[in-house]
Design a protein around this ligand. Structure first.
Ligand code: SF4
Length: 337
């Protein structure tokens, strides 16, 4: 993988971040009984706030079910939030009507973990990529559309003749490249990358991550890069946010988070990441038990049932706020400052 460049590429002067997420909440109703009434709620996302700058990558990390993918889908309004605000280039995403949302989808795209499931098996690759150009009126003629599809395929490392083939004829890594080409077709500013390399072999993971980095440099893209694997996120992210049970518990520059983590949960996740240098040893922190159910998150700090340093009264009764303890380094823990 390329060395991480923590200096952001030059962008147009603008003080407003590309994306601002404020106190985002999503609860999914649980229906039961003959009348299918709401009997409970899954607390999927509980007050998530962050910003994302132009040409920046923010890694969003946590165990499965922590709300990271839901957060990505909320930003694109693929699902509706329960409360909170999402601002994209100063526009209130939640207030947009259907037509405005379609226009916004040009600026915000998503790539999925399983490209095969997200590619229509009955459509050729040319038709899959060309579809986005048709929907958004980005090609005036079939010839222009085909030229643009070829250009996109070559941009992601595929060949022009691949446009006549079907998704099942490609490997996992190639299918992810097709998904990336489809996202790029509308010239987006932000791509939500939802576990884009989790299903791929390690060697292929590096190729796809390198491609995303190259595309960011070329087109000034911003990424919200969702993953459960901290080692993948480190190489691509300028900043990293760690989620636990629907909340961000720590957010910092990639360098600070990996070299000096503050939250006990981040420490535990990092302790499980293998170190390439065999002479260095890291003590594995094993958390007790499984993550609690998002149906009934624990009181106080949601991590207190597994935290190795929890203090009985304060940790189980008071929700810690996410506060800045060093420049750009925020943590939600009563005992860390
Ligand atoms: Fe652990 Fe308490 Fe900090 Fe939560 S607030 S992470 S339980 S020490």
């Amino acid at each position: 993988m390329h060395p991480v460049n923590h200096t952001l590429p030059p962008t147009a002067p603008c003080s407003e971040p590309l994306l601002r997420v404020d106190s985002l909440v999503k609860r999914f109703p649980v229906k039961g009984g003959i009348l299918r009434r709401t009997v409970d709620e899954v607390h999927a996302v509980s007050g998530v706030s962050f910003t994302l700058d132009r040409a920046e990558t923010l890694g969003l990390v946590g165990e499965s079910g922590c709300g990271k993918s839901t957060t990505g889908r909320l930003i694109l309004r693929l699902i509706e939030p329960t409360s909170g605000a999402i601002w994209f280039e100063g526009r209130n995403v939640i207030a947009l009507d259907h037509r405005q949302l379609l226009a916004l989808r040009r600026d915000m795209q998503i790539i999925f973990q399983d490209p095969f499931a997200s590619l229509n098996p009955r459509m050729s690759v040319g038709a899959i990529i060309g579809e986005a150009l048709i929907i958004h009126g980005l090609a005036k003629s079939p010839r222009e559309r085909e030229d643009r599809v070829v250009e996109l395929l070559e941009t992601v490392g595929l060949r022009a003749d691949h446009m006549r083939r079907f998704p099942h004829e490609f490997s996992g890594g190639q299918r992810q490249r097709i998904g990336i080409a489809r996202a790029l077709a509308v010239r987006p500013k932000l791509i939500v990358c939802d576990e884009p390399v989790s299903a791929l072999d390690v060697s292929i993971q590096a190729q796809v991550v390198n491609l995303l980095e190259d595309l960011q440099e070329k087109f000034g893209l911003s990424y919200l890069f969702i993953a459960h694997d901290l080692s993948v996120v480190e190489h691509i992210s300028h900043r990293v946010a760690v989620m636990y049970l629907g909340r961000i518990v720590e957010i910092a520059s990639s360098h600070d988070l990996y070299s000096a983590p503050l939250h006990p949960y981040t420490e535990a996740l990092l302790s499980a990441v293998p170190i390439p240098d065999p002479t260095l040893k890291r003590t594995r922190i094993r958390l007790k038990g499984d993550p609690p159910s998002p149906l009934r998150p624990p009181s106080g700090c949601a991590f207190h049932t597994r935290c190795p340093i929890a203090k009985k009264t304060v940790c189980s009764s008071e929700v810690p706020t996410l506060r800045e303890v060093r420049p750009g380094h925020l943590v939600a823990c009563h005992l860390r400052s």
